[in-house]
Design a protein around this ligand. Structure first.
Ligand SMILES: Nc1nc2c(ncn2[C@@H]2O[C@H](COP(=O)(O)OP(=O)(O)OP(=O)(O)O)[C@@H](O)[C@H]2O)c(=O)[nH]1
Length: 395
């Protein structure tokens, strides 16, 4: 266990990046209690983690967070201002918070490296992230994906999927939980640890057996069918029968998925199994670097390449648009039908006629002006003789 915490520097002497542990799980599975437990565990080892709370709706958190979504987004105000229900407000709060993801990463990078201003402050080795109780709001939202992608692009990131063990003791709830975990694994493409929590209340050995022994699961399935655990009409022990065959098929399908998982049993309440959890974290962090990092880098390069292509395409489109504008008159002429050409010729003739008219007008104007001047001279003379005549009459 200590080796997990002692792995501060790589063999090359470089500071190792901290591992991000993102806790997800169904409502009430014990995520917050589990976070509190692993947080206390690391504090006990004098390796305090960096804690992020992404649940905007939580009213009371039993641990202090270094970054808390509630400090930057007011969930109640979001509800009022956007006229949203509880889940819509959580989603919107996460979206608003995601706009600050660069700042979050900046803070994390700072705490992940030695700080020359505080030489005694050790870089953190673990970043713990608590997520909203409404699992789908985080896992299936764009902001959840952006946050996870951003974290995974900077640090080894793993998912801790917390399961309420006593509530998964029937084959149907177990299968629902596993399907959810499977969809999260394939969606995020991040290493996953399934944490069977609350094992003080029910031991998780049954679940581990179901994940490794298909026949054991079949036996449990038959048992549940015979006990009418899947509902159906009274007296018809196996319900509709569909549920049993569905679970049967799913258990076959999930075999491949189980191979990708680490499984641990813990009791967040009593603190058992936490060492095993950190051992699994160490393993999965190595797996992240070995298997996931190259795939993530490949996907990122592919995304960049696609973006570049898209930009080039848009640029090309724009250039085409511009050249259409500049050649618009010539191309328009090129496309003109013969009758239009006549029009063009006509308009050229009209133009020259206009010029001619202008010229004639100019000459005409000059002539009219000269005539007017002459006329004015004449009229002035006429006026003068008329005035002379009036004076002679008075005199
Ligand atoms: N017996 C037992 N109870 C536990 C354990 N862990 C959590 N609980 C209880 O389970 C309940 C739910 O725990 P939380 O930690 O609030 O669960 P959560 O998943 O964070 O809940 P939401 O965020 O509301 O979805 C509480 O009553 C806890 O005391 C455990 O290891 N054993």
């Amino acid at each position: 266990m200590d080796s997990v915490l002692a792995a501060a520097t790589s063999p090359e002497g470089q500071t190792e990046k901290p591992v991000v542990v993102v806790c997800v799980g169904m409502a009430g599975s014990g995520k917050t209690t589990f976070m509190q437990r692993i947080n206390a565990h690391l504090h006990g080892k004098k390796e305090p983690p960096y804690v992020i709370n992404l649940d905007p709706a939580v009213t009371h958190s039993p641990f202090a967070s270094n970054i808390d979504i509630r400090d930057s987004v007011n969930y109640k105000k979001v509800m009022e201002e956007y006229n949203l229900g509880p889940n819509g407000a959580i989603m919107t709060s996460l979206n608003l918070f995601t706009t600050k993801v660069d700042q979050v990463l900046g803070l994390l990078e700072k705490r992940a490296a030695p700080d020359p201003e505080h030489p005694t402050r050790k870089p953190v080795k673990h970043i713990l992230v608590d997520t909203p109780g409404q699992i789908e709001v985080f896992v299936w939202s764009a902001s959840g994906s952006i946050l996870l992608d951003s974290l995974a692009s900077s640090f080894p990131t793993i998912i801790a999927y917390v399961v309420d063990t006593p509530r998964t003791s029937s084959t149907s709830t177990f299968m629902s939980n596993m399907l959810y975990a499977c969809s999260i694994l394939y969606k995020t493409r991040l290493p996953m640890i399934v944490v069977f929590n609350k094992t003080d209340a029910k031991d998780a050995s049954f679940a581990k057996e179901w994940m490794t022994d298909w026949e054991a699961f079949q036996a449990a399935l038959n048992n549940d069918e015979n006990n009418n655990s899947f509902g159906g009409q009274e007296g018809e022990g196996s319900g509709s029968g569909y549920m049993g065959s569905l679970l049967n098929s799913m258990s076959l399908m999930l075999e491949e998925f189980y191979n990708h998982l680490s499984v641990v049993s813990v009791s967040s309440l009593h603190g058992t199994g936490i060492d095993d959890f950190f051992e699994a974290v160490k393993e999965k962090a190595e797996e992240f670097k070995r298997d996931y990092q190259p795939e993530l880098d490949r996907r990122r390069a592919e995304r960049e390449e696609n973006k570049k292509k898209q930009r080039e395409k848009e640029l090309e489109k724009m250039m085409k648009g511009m050249s259409m504008d500049t050649t618009a008159s010539t191309s328009a002429v090129g496309n003109i039908k013969p009758e239009d050409e006549d029009m063009e010729v006509l308009s050229t003739d009209e133009e020259s006629e206009d010029e001619l008219d202008d010229e004639q007008d100019k000459e005409g104007l000059q002539a009219r002006y000269e005539a007017a001047m002459l006329h004015q001279d004449e009229s002035t003379t006429e006026d003068a003789s008329f005035v002379k005549y009036l004076h002679s009459q008075r005199g």
